[in-house]
Design a protein around this ligand. Sequence first.
Ligand code: ACO
Length: 275
Amino acid sequence: MSNEPIKLEAVKIEREGDVTFLILNRPEKRNAMSPQLHSDMCEALDWAEMDDQTRVVVITGAGGNFCAGQDLKLFFRANENDPKAWAVTLRDSHAWRWDKLASFPKATVAMVHGYCFGGAFTPVIACDFAIAADSAIFGLSEVNWGVIPGGLVSWAVTRVMGYRDALYYAVVGEQFTGKEAVAMKFVNKSVPLDQLRDETIAFARKLSAKSPAAVKYTKEAVRVVRDMNKEQAFDYLKVKSDALSLNDPEKGRQKAMKQFLDEKSFKPGLGDFKR
Ligand code: ACO
């Protein structure tokens, strides 16, 4: 199924061939996440999942910033006396930032520039990959205004950062740059701001050239085995490998075997088979 991108109030969708950008679009509020933005991101991800043209999703923010975290006025204060609205907002906020993104069946990349604060850490971590501008500013700013990194933030940061770094930035509330984020393995790499979009697209194209089924099964496998013991992982990975062989519409394994063993036309150690 191929669709025209849907139109949403607080999220913009842009295509670059098979790479689809989902752009948090409240630049005048530094893309702070309102209930509308959460609901729009749920819709945008559902759309991108079903869109045949989309092979890779890039999450980013409009106007030179990634996201200033939850909207203090519209996410927190406006819902203070409205438990039903709060329940819906919490559901949407959690759904896109973790559940939908972390289990998204296509490759996902967070492209971070400018500010990235608080609740915006969750989608950065839920994405498979993160590329930042050298100059990006990250901050677990919650402590600075008297709250804890809630939602899933405290849990998520310890999935990617070492314990000392996670505790330091959560408790001290100090900012760190894109370059420092690479050193902490919070993002995969950082590049000069003027190269960020091109570098992200070049990386996304590497992903989209690969077998979609192999990408999907590999990311699911790596994510899930982290919480298993060795015996569970061994069994799960055996079944997962069989499932990939059965369910790959491109029959990648057979093609690759033929190209390497019979045709001698590619070397798996050095690049992709011809799809
Ligand atoms: N919630 C609500 N509004 C926000 C937020 C936010 N998180 N961040 C920025 N805005 C609004 C500002 O109130 C301002 O609105 P106004 O023009 O109506 O006054 C507008 O966005 C621009 O913000 P400025 O502060 O004027 O912009 P500046 O570029 O100087 O600073 C910065 C940007 C550093 C992001 C600053 O706005 C800030 O500290 N925001 C809060 C960041 C934060 O701590 N986020 C974590 C929230 S908690 C959580 O996510 C769980």
